[in-house]
Design a protein around this ligand. Sequence first.
Ligand code: DQA
Length: 149
Amino acid sequence: MQTILILNGPNLNMLGQREPEIYGHETLEDIQKLCEDKASDLGVRVHFRQSNHEGELVTWIQQAAQTPGPYAGLIINAAAYTHTSIAIHDALKLLNIPIIEVHISDPETREDFRHTSFITPVAAAVYKGLGANGYAKSLEHISNLIHTQ
Ligand code: DQA
């Protein structure tokens, strides 16, 4: 069975209590459960991780770039690092597997400083503004990409 790595960046561990008017009431554990259920419907496995540290996210992406690769695809919500991290952008360029960018909110309808994404240039698709459902949509999309390769 193929495994998809799902990476979550800083402050996403605070979902549920963090600005619920923007991010909703679901916790990151709820989103993990949603992803695991969706993965089992799609016949894939997920590894779901969160870090508040840019370097840790870079290390996990580098591990995904090993050959033979442990993962068939990567879904990433880099949170605030989306808008700042050339290090994550560079690490993602190491990968030969499909990458999908996901956001709970739609950063483009928010403050100007959220309008730039260093992830989008390396992503096959972006799901944003769909709440937790964006993760399910990303999983469907990446599973299609993997199975049509
Ligand atoms: C986010 C959007 C980012 O701008 C923000 O910094 C986050 C969460 C989202 O999922 O909507 O932390 O990635």
